[in-house]
Design a protein around this ligand. Structure first.
Ligand code: ATP
Length: 138
């Protein structure tokens, strides 16, 4: 049975590198499950969790917060190039809660000032914080 190799690369380096029987990721068009022998594809990713069913540790599931990026599936090799990504075990939930509160404040201020760019930035920061909290609490 063929397997997937799953690598997550960020500006900080390789954040994840394991073999899997299946992954589920969030593309900007919705969740996508990928199993071995999937067609080759490139897709933009949303700020969303990734669920990895490990091939080498049966029944082990890894959760990774992917904070936007690009997915490439090529010959059972999955590469995710992300702005940032954290494994569940590396997430500092309290930090993410503080980031969420900050982003909510910034969003309110940006809306009051009617600043579209600031609204967008605050919304993305809020999504990242919520994603980290969700993954951290898995
Ligand atoms: P903060 O405001 O808490 O710094 P941020 O969303 O601005 O959050 P980023 O700029 O996205 O942070 O990330 C900076 C670095 O910190 C990245 O390496 C990212 O993986 C890491 N990081 C951010 N938040 C957390 C967290 N809650 N737990 C663990 N690592 C985090």
């Amino acid at each position: 049975m063929p397997e997937l190799r799953v690598q997550v690369v960020t500006p900080d380096g390789i954040k994840y590198d394991h073999r899997a029987t299946m992954i589920v990721v969030g593309t900007i068009e919705g969740e996508m499950g990928i199993m071995p022998n999937h067609i080759n594809v490139i897709a933009p990713l949303a700020v969303h969790e990734m669920k990895v069913y490990r091939a080498d540790q049966v029944k082990t599931i890894n959760w990774v917060a992917i904070n936007g990026g690009i997915l490439e599936v090529k010959n059972n090799h999955i590469t995710i190039i992300a702005d940032s990504a954290e494994r569940k075990r590396d997430i500092d939930i309290e930090r993410a809660k503080r980031a969420k509160a900050r982003a909510e404040r910034e969003l309110e201020e940006a809306q009051a000032q009617d600043s579209r760019d600031q609204v967008r930035r605050a919304q993305v920061a809020l999504q990242r914080a919520i994603n980290r909290i969700n993954v951290g609490n898995k």
